[in-house]
Design a protein around this ligand. Structure first.
Ligand SMILES: [Zn+2]
Ligand SMILES: [Zn+2]
Ligand SMILES: [Zn+2]
Length: 427
């Protein structure tokens, strides 16, 4: 499909599929009180309708008896388009209304050089006490509806082995901007329109926008200044009303009791007294309804809508703990924050005692930079290291050996061999 700048064939269910630019004078009758559209006729023939619309003789065939009660006379997907001379507003070229146009951000800087992490090498590696370990297991057993608590009460500790580890987390807040033409009813009648005559539209990335919340997903939409234009509504051609879709402008609809036959059980239909039709309740038999395209105002507003999206992208890495504990369970718990930094663009950590954390920091920053720097603006980054408590508890209960893990600051328990999984069984 050939696609000229700013002009596309209509294919959107919304307003605003980029059809032929609307010319207010085209097809407009000289007097304001124009004749209502006839059923089957369209002022905006689409491909399927062209022949019928151009040849009124063919039109009735399109709404023949038994045809679904739709009204081809009413254009619900009204073709609207920005004025054709607007297709090349600097910074917004080639934009349609059937999808957001991606606006490439200004080039970001490179990742800053590495700077040493503030020295903090006296790591105290605590382990939990037997009391903590017992309480954690009690809580675990009590939270499982069927588990008995005897093992937790009666167990003999064999060994408490620390497998504590670290979690590195990088957060990068990105901002992306897209835009598209939108069409809305012009409800603020009498209000000045912020058009090209009011000034030159700013470049998409030059529009100053306050970041609502740091490190949180948000979205905001706004009109690009000086891109609005007012047009006569293409759906109703400015007369604020359209032919009723229910009755096709006849004021009457098929009786639903007798389905238009006028008969009911070999008798005259009691609802329509044999006429087969009833008054249209949608338009109260007025044959018209308020134009949906302009909310009955007769005018529509066209403008470029800018969508700003903030996304907090997270990279997480948990250092190897050399135990059979399932690492993904750490996602549910918190650790002790031992390091935190926040910058426009961070530099990787280099001298943290656990080398895999330094490596993760480098990988994370490189990955985020590669992933986001060309598609969005990197607003801010922060990274942290958490110490994640993890203790393996081995214990004896009724001459058998069992074990479980206590993890996270919340002292959560993980075990796959709890001995009393059903409290009703006497062991
Ligand atoms: Zn309208
Ligand atoms: Zn009837
Ligand atoms: Zn009606």
């Amino acid at each position: 499909m050939e696609e000229r700048r700013g002009i596309r064939t209509p294919n959107s269910a919304n307003y605003g599929a980029m059809g032929q630019p609307f010319e207010p004078n085209y097809l407009m009758p000289p007097d304001s009180e124009r004749a209502p559209l006839l059923p089957g006729l369209s002022y905006y023939p689409d491909e399927a309708m062209t022949s019928a619309a151009m040849n009124p003789a063919m039109a009735p065939a399109m709404i023949s008896e038994g045809a679904p009660l739709s009204n081809p006379a009413v254009v619900t997907d009204g073709p609207t388009a920005p004025p054709s001379d607007w297709a090349t507003i600097p910074g917004y070229e080639g934009m349609g209304s059937d999808g957001d146009k991606f606006l490439p951000p200004p080039q970001p800087g490179p990742i800053p050089d590495t700077v040493p992490t503030p020295a903090n090498t006296s790591w105290i590696i605590p382990s939990i006490s037997e009391d903590d370990a017992r309480n954690a297991l009690m809580k675990y057993a009590n939270n499982k509806c069927c588990y008995g608590s005897s093992p937790a009460e009666e167990m003999d500790f064999h060994e408490l082995r620390p497998f504590n580890t670290y979690r590195y987390r990088l957060e990068t807040l990105t901002e992306s901007r897209t835009c598209k033409w939108v069409t809305v009813p012009h409800t603020a009648t009498g209000q000045p329109v912020d058009s090209l005559f009011c000034g030159i539209p700013p470049q998409p990335w030059d529009i100053p926008i306050q970041i609502p919340v740091m490190f949180k997903d948000e979205e905001m939409k706004m009109p690009v200044p000086h891109t609005s234009s007012l047009k006569s509504c293409p759906q109703c051609l400015g007369i604020c009303r359209t032919v009723c879709r229910e009755c096709h402008g006849t004021g009457r609809v098929r009786c639903w009791v007798c389905n238009g036959t006028g008969r009911q059980f070999n008798d005259r239909c009691h609802r329509c007294t044999g006429q087969g039709t009833a008054s249209c309740t949608t338009c109260n038999s007025s044959r018209y309804e308020r134009c949906a395209g302009c909310s009955g105002r007769g005018q529509i507003l066209n403008y470029i809508e800018l969508t700003v999206t903030w996304k907090n992208n997270i990279y997480e890495f948990v250092a190897e703990h050399n135990s059979e504990f399932p690492t993904e369970l750490f996602k549910k718990v918190s650790g002790e924050k031992i390091y935190m930094d926040e910058q426009m663009l961070l530099s990787p950590l280099v001298n943290f005692p656990a080398q895999s954390i330094n490596q993760a920091s480098q990988n994370a920053l490189q990955q985020h930079h590669a992933q986001f720097s060309s598609t969005s603006r990197m607003i801010r980054q922060r990274h942290s290291i958490e110490w994640l408590p993890l203790t393996k508890v081995e214990y004896m209960w009724r001459r058998n050996r069992y074990d479980y893990f206590v993890y996270g600051k919340e002292n959560e328990v993980y075990t796959d061999n709890y001995p009393q999984k059903c409290c009703c069984v006497i062991m």
